[in-house]
Design a protein around this ligand. Structure first.
Ligand code: NAD
Ligand code: MG
Length: 397
């Protein structure tokens, strides 16, 4: 079914892996969706091509010089797109009245302020930027309630869980729905079977070569350390209102089952599909309807066997660090996320070994302790402090 008025979509982080997959789905349904705004940090060439293809009213890039140059080139090509720059413009565009739906596809803490701006404007938010929930979960979920925003998860595991929960679940306490626990599946990443001794020497290129998913570099490293699953477990606790003990991680190397919900009657519901982000993106874009995503259906016989294992927290301590940070509360998850971003950046730049990532994060968590967080100013100041501490530690590592 095609809706009469097109849904107007803004994509924050349009040039990234999530952004590109979202535009791929949108392009299959020109009657249904119109692009209101696209944003990028530094990949101006890709943003320009996207603007020419989708003709948004607004575009944002990181800096003023490239924004002016892009504005000039778009004008020459007959486009009326207004090009803005910087973090304030990102927030303005996220809350702009010319969109109904905002795809939060920026990577890292930089996504928090614009995602909150979209929430405050009462938008329908398709959330990929898990770091924003990890940093500010309580304030974030309160804002969603207060401003009547609608939050739909794009992360494949959370989208799978959402699909396996009863309709309207989020408005009810978990116990009333008979949900016993959530099981998040993890591929185990590229080093799932690598002996501990070899992990010291793995390169950024090896870490970014994910066996099943094609993603940005930061989340690829997170998948290799299992921090991605750590961030996702915190994301799941906030999205679905459960304590950490009721969210379990199970390694499933084929990435066919994207996650499961276990009910008190012994039923387990799972969502299956080929590992392609266009499925959760199409689900959230069209919800509660269903649309073609371009993803081919699953051939179960060709899949053959599905395997399941417990995560190895000895070789991959990041998952335990995330459970501990969530249980500690206060600013622990802010410190966890900031230290991880700094550690991953240093690893990608060749300044830190793969096995140093969890050690650096642990050290930051221990040094900074746990203090309560009252408001957003606290969130941003603790984030800056944790980054400073992590950078100082990394420099002398
Ligand atoms: P990516 O690196 O491919 O793209 C990141 C996007 O964010 C780019 O458009 C970039 O221009 C923008 N960006 C980066 N830094 C910015 C800054 N400081 N200010 C403004 N914009 C900035 O990343 P990705 O893989 O698309 O991941 C995006 C988010 O989605 C992450 O939070 C990730 O954890 C989450 N996610 C990704 C996938 C996936 O398959 N790629 C799956 C689930 C969740
Ligand atoms: Mg995921």
């Amino acid at each position: 079914m095609t809706t009469a008025i097109p849904q107007r979509i803004t994509i924050l982080g349009a040039t990234g892996s999530i952004g590109v997959s979202t535009l791929d789905v949108i392009a299959r349904h020109p009657q249904r969706y119109r692009v209101a705004a696209l944003t990028a940090h530094s990949n101006v060439a890709r943003l320009e091509a996207q603007c020419l293809a989708f003709r948004p009213e607004l575009a944002v890039v990181g800096e003023a010089g490239p924004a002016r140059a892009l504005q000039g080139r778009l004008r020459q090509q007959g486009l009326e797109t207004r090009v803005l720059s910087g973090p304030d413009a990102l927030e303005m565009v996220a809350g702009d009245e010319r969109s109904d739906t905002v795809v939060a596809g920026i990577v890292g803490a930089a996504g928090l302020a614009p995602t909150l701006a979209a929430i405050r404007a009462g938008k329908r938010i398709l959330l990929a930027n898990k770091e924003s929930l990890v940093m500010a979960g309580g304030l974030f979920m309160d804002a969603v309630q207060r401003h009547g925003a609608v939050l739909l998860p794009l992360d494949s595991e959370h989208n799978a869980v959402f699909q396996c929960l009863p309709p309207g679940y989020s408005a009810r306490p978990a116990d009333a729905s008979g949900v016993k626990r959530i099981l998040l599946t993890a591929s185990g990443g590229p080093f799932r079977t690598k002996p501990a001794a070899e992990l010291a020497h793995v390169t950024p290129e090896q870490a970014c070569a994910h066996p099943n998913w094609s993603m940005g570099r930061k989340i690829s490293v997170d998948s290799a350390t299992l921090m991605n699953k750590g961030l996702e477990l915190i994301e799941a606790c906030w999205l679905f209102g459960l304590p950490g003990e009721r969210v379990e991680v199970v390694v499933h190397p084929q990435s066919i089952i994207h996650s499961l919900v276990e009910y008190v009657d012994g039923s387990m519901l799972a969502q299956l599909g080929n590992p392609d982000m266009r499925t959760p993106i199409a689900h959230a874009l069209a919800y509660p309807e269903r649309i073609d995503s371009g993803v081919v259906g699953l051939d179960l016989v060709a899949c053959g066997q599905l395997q399941f294992e417990r995560p190895d927290t000895e070789r991959f301590p990041c998952l335990s660090l995330a459970y501990q940070a969530f249980a500690a509360g206060g600013d622990a998850c802010i410190n966890l996320n900031a230290a991880n971003e700094v550690a991953v950046e240093a690893f990608l730049a060749g300044r830190l070994r793969f096995i140093d990532i969890p050690d650096l994060i642990r050290e930051v968590l221990e040094r900074l302790g746990v203090a309560p967080v009252v408001d957003l100013d606290d969130v941003f100041s603790r984030d800056r402090r944790a980054r400073r501490t992590a950078r100082e530690l990394a420099a002398g590592w």
